[in-house]
Design a protein around this ligand. Structure first.
Ligand code: RB5
Length: 151
């Protein structure tokens, strides 16, 4: 199950991404926001990132105006590897090398056409493992050190 959320700045692009996910037959839940009223992106980034961090959802997609705020919020959560991407190359790398479990995009940065390509690339890419696995383990180790108050 994929989770998706946005603030008002990402609403239109989120709508385009949801259409694309439906076309692909991918099951998802939209955790808001639902209209153009101004909201705070941390409130919506938290919903997706918390669920991914707890293992309640496999992956997530977040959209705000630039994608920057959502990526900052999402990466606060242990086990979340949120990647702010803006093209097909970074989308592919984010999965192959970083095993990103949250894809972040800027609704005021990407056209719907580019976003569809970015999402398709991220969905289809496969984590390469190997030397990249060791690096992700180091990130998990840092999270553990922080959790224990050592950092
Ligand atoms: C909202 O105006 C905007 O600041 C937000 O969508 C996002 O770009 C923050 O990083």
């Amino acid at each position: 199950m994929y989770l998706i959320a946005s603030d008002h700045g990402g609403l239109d692009l989120k709508t385009a991404v949801k259409d694309f996910l439906r076309e692909r037959g991918i099951e998802f839940r939209d955790l808001g926001t639902e209209n153009n009223d101004s909201v705070d992106y941390p409130d919506f980034g938290e919903k997706v990132a918390r669920a991914v961090s707890r293992g309640e959802a496999e992956k997530g997609i977040l959209v705000c105006g630039t994608g920057i705020g959502m990526s900052i919020v999402a990466n606060k959560f242990p086990g979340v590897r949120a990647a702010l991407v803006s093209d097909e190359f970074t989308a592919r790398m984010s999965k192959e090398h970083n095993n990103a479990n949250v894809l972040v995009m800027g609704g005021r940065v990407l056209s719907p056409e580019v976003a569809r390509k970015v999402v398709a690339t991220w969905l289809d890419a496969v984590f390469e493992g190997g030397r990249h696995h060791k690096r992700l383990e180091k990130i998990a180790g840092l999270e553990e050190e922080i959790r224990k108050g050592r950092i």
